[in-house]
Design a protein around this ligand. Structure first.
Ligand code: CTP
Ligand code: MG
Length: 162
């Protein structure tokens, strides 16, 4: 069920580049609003791919992917998971800049989990997550993020392994 968020958050590593999502704007503190690591192209294709993944899951895994929801709710939740992931990821960047972190600098936990927070906040009316499920999602997402970024670094898709 969380898979569209994972896709949305990872596709920008491949599709990113070009114009910055913050249009190079600065915040009151004189630092960039989000930084050059968040781009329009990366964000657009990330959200689009995550959404498409959700649509795919609706048809291919109907008994696993939000089986209790109506079709349009499943479409909606697919978009919100995907959009929420990059909204959360961008919010993470916003706070990194406010705390003086350079573009791409490591921020443990925020780097791995801000996308998950965004997705879960936007979809909470659709999710019946018990505490065990939540802890599982946090730990699993953290580890998956670490592993995929290490892999992306080894494949020379990312300069840094985080
Ligand atoms: N990316 C993008 N658009 C996004 C998110 C990511 O284009 N909305 C691309 C960028 O090329 C970015 C790469 O994916 O450099 C890795 O993303 P991430 O690690 O999330 O960003 P950082 O470069 O580390 O930036 P920040 O310090 O703001 O987290
Ligand atoms: Mg990063």
């Amino acid at each position: 069920m969380i898979f569209p968020a994972y896709i949305s958050n990872s596709v920008p590593v491949i599709t990113g580049g070009g114009k910055s999502l913050d249009f190079n704007c600065k915040f009151f503190d004189g630092r960039r609003l989000l930084g050059k690591g968040k781009t329009i192209r990366g964000t657009f294709w990330g959200i689009f791919s995550g959404f498409l993944t959700g649509i795919f899951l609706i048809y291919v895994f109907p008994s696993v992917y939000f089986p209790s929801l109506l079709f349009l709710q499943k479409v909606e939740v697919s978009f919100l998971l995907s959009f929420g992931a990059l909204l959360g990821d961008s919010a993470g960047s916003f706070f990194k800049r406010r705390f003086g972190f350079k573009d791409g600098q490591k921020a443990e936990y925020s780097d791995q989990l801000s996308f998950l927070v965004g997705s879960l906040i936007l979809t909470f009316p659709f999710f019946h997550l018990n505490p065990t499920g939540l802890v599982f999602l946090i730990v699993f997402s953290y580890l998956i993020h670490k592993l995929t970024n290490l892999f992306a670094h080894k494949m020379k898709l990312k300069k840094v392994p985080w």
